[in-house]
Design a protein around this ligand. Sequence first.
Ligand code: DGL
Length: 253
Amino acid sequence: MIGILDSGVGGLSVLREIKQHHPLHPIIYVGDSAWCPYGNKSYESIIARCRTICDFLMTRGVDTIVIACNSATIAAVETLRAEYPIPFVGMVPGVKPAAQASQTGVIGVLATEASLRGAKFHHLVLDHAEGLTVHTLPCPQFVDLVERGILSGPEVDAAIEEYTAPMLQAGADVLILGCTHYPFLKKALLDKLPTHIKLIDTGEAVARQTQHFIDSSEEGPSEIHTTGSLSHLEQMIPILCPQLTATCHHLAL
Ligand code: DGL
């Protein structure tokens, strides 16, 4: 059984990719919506929340944990790997594929403040985007909109304009969706951005990596837990993951 965690509903964008490959594999997802966003929190508090969630996932017998959150990966994955006896799959903004896809040599990284301040992120840029111009910008409104289930409309368009206009003016032709909430705005972004702009998100790559830890003969029901409001989560699932079959639960952590 796979455990997945995120600060809220964003990691469902990763869960849906994993389910593409293994629709019947049992997954326990924890969205820490009561503590969302992680993007403006200290690493100490993100690590503390991740430990609490991982302790819960361990009691449920998961054999692998996917940190479906760039911020939590950058803040906490090394600590968690040292403390728990099971494998962790983490995720970071897709700087490498973005650098490979850019023709102008200018890329934009949309991610959280917590991700962008991390040494892990700075190393990614040094290792994979040498000689390129890399613009970074935290997009907290995107997280808030997705947590509220607002994926299109005037509020979304205004946020897209605010966050992407400076990047486009600087000549970026590739934008990284460096937070798992953002892929839920992909359609709105594609509708609004010039057609030559490429969007990179790493959900599919994480799902491929997770496959190495999946026993494909294991089948069973999946559960989605939230530390926030259960009725809100129940309203969000049909909006964010209409195909998903899973039971929803409130988790007091
Ligand atoms: N979904 C998270 C990420 O990938 C963080 C959003 C937040 O809580 O700020 O970074």
